[in-house]
Write a protein that binds this ligand. Structure first.
Ligand code: BGC
Length: 406
């Protein structure tokens, strides 16, 4: 039998005497996501334990309250996904989550995890409570090349060209912008449009420096005006889930979608080739930056020493180089360590890796704001994008939402 890299690695890790089952909850239910999470399950099972899949449909906004109520309600799972940031902070502070500091030390997480902000987001009072698994940045524009080829115009190279050519796309009977109805999608699009229209410095002033004068000022007023025009481009995009919106681009019914790089997994399972069938523009083609969002696994306390050992084995495995490569190639995300071989990365992932190496990184919205602020703005922005709510009214409400998080 050929010894694969993974089995070689696992041979060096102490195998458990008996398989321990761990239920792992997550919201990875689209085609690309399911392919990626299957890599994690495969590796855990191959290591001698048993992954019991606890996928929750409906996206993070639906899944997270279910996960949290199970943990606080005394029915904890073995491991669960959350985004990098503050989503699990209250659970950690309530003493409900397993301390992984010994795993992190034994596996040199402080040295290998890059950027270090990912591990910072797992750290509460100097102790480490999560295993980061990827870097996902939300601010990408995904374009159908065929839509533009059929019209006979070049594929846009940035957001401004996308907006300028939208009337031609509409005249050809296509939807310019695919945007699903899940509230977080509107918040994500708004963040990306903010940087495209107002620039990265304004985004940082509001979200990192928390400068509420800038938030309430003319630059952000212009962003809301621009977003009010953008929502017209998505008027015919009547889908719910983000991957249904991606599918409108894959099937050339819509020209583009603003979405995180998890969209890449969908193009991949559909057999589309980056650069040939579709185009991806990080920072909407105007600013070469990434925000370092993504996913981490947390391990609720189970008060069961055998399960606890398995939880720690899983935490170590998720960060291991082999699992990082296998998982992230399917997920469309970037690995959380720089010492892995990503020769098989496609064009889009290579663009992401270049930006990561350049260091032009900002925190994700989930890192910058607490979950309450995020939720309030998701609700506001989905209403704004899906109605004719006045730009100035939305702007005022948005500023007051932000102020609740100061
Ligand atoms: C997660 C991604 C996931 C996306 C859509 C994000 O919050 O970070 O891993 O693919 O949601 O489900």
């Amino acid at each position: 039998m050929r010894l694969t890299k993974l089995t070689a690695l696992l041979a060096t890790v102490a195998m458990p005497a008996m398989a321990t089952e761990l239920e792992v909850t997550h919201w990875w239910t689209s085609g690309g996501e399911a392919a990626a999470v299957a890599e994690l399950a495969k590796a855990f099972d191959a290591s001698g334990d048993k992954w019991v899949d606890g996928a929750i449909a409906g996206g993070g906004g639906t899944a997270r309250p279910i996960m949290i109520s199970r943990i606080t309600g005394g029915d904890p799972m073995g491991a669960t996904q959350f985004n990098h940031g503050q989503q699990a902070l209250e659970l950690v502070e309530a003493g409900l989550m397993l301390d992984l500091t010994d795993v992190a030390e034994a596996n040199n997480w402080k040295e290998v995890i890059f950027p270090s902000t990912l591990l910072d987001a797992c750290t509460v009072d100097g102790r480490i409570y999560c295993a980061p698994v990827n870097i996902h940045s939300p601010e990408w524009l995904w374009l159908s090349n065929k839509v533009y080829e059929d019209i006979g115009i070049p594929v846009p190279t940035n957001w401004n060209e996308f907006v300028e050519t939208a009337p031609q796309v509409e005249a050809a009977g296509k939807t310019p912008l695919a945007l699903g109805n899940q509230p977080w999608q509107s918040n994500l699009a708004f963040g990306a449009i903010t940087v495209a229209v107002a620039g990265l410095d304004v985004w940082k002033a509001v979200n990192v420096e928390k400068n509420m004068d800038v938030a309430a000022g003319p630059e952000m007023a212009a962003v809301f005006e621009a977003a009010a025009n953008v929502r017209k481009l998505a008027a015919n995009s009547n889908v719910q889930d983000w991957n249904q919106a991606t599918n409108l681009v894959i099937t050339d019914q819509a020209a583009g979608q603003i979405m995180g790089d998890w969209a890449q997994g969908e193009f991949q399972v559909a057999g589309e080739v980056a650069g040939q069938d579709y185009t991806c523009l990080p920072g909407l083609g105007l600013n070469a930056y990434l925000s370092t969002g993504g996913d981490a696994f947390y391990f609720p306390k189970l008060n069961d020493p055998e399960k606890e050992e398995a939880q720690k084995r899983l935490a170590a495995l998720l960060v291991s180089p082999e699992v990082q490569v296998a998982f992230n190639l399917k997920k469309g995300s970037l690995p959380i360590r720089g010492d892995v071989d990503l020769a098989a990365a496609n064009d889009c992932m290579k663009k992401g890796l270049e930006i990561l190496a350049s260091g032009n990184l900002v925190p994700s919205g989930d890192m910058a704001w607490n979950p309450d602020v995020q939720k309030q703005n998701e609700d506001l922005l989905v209403e704004f994008f899906k109605s004719d709510m006045a730009a100035d009214r939305a702007h005022a409400q948005w500023v007051s939402n932000l102020k609740t998080g100061l």
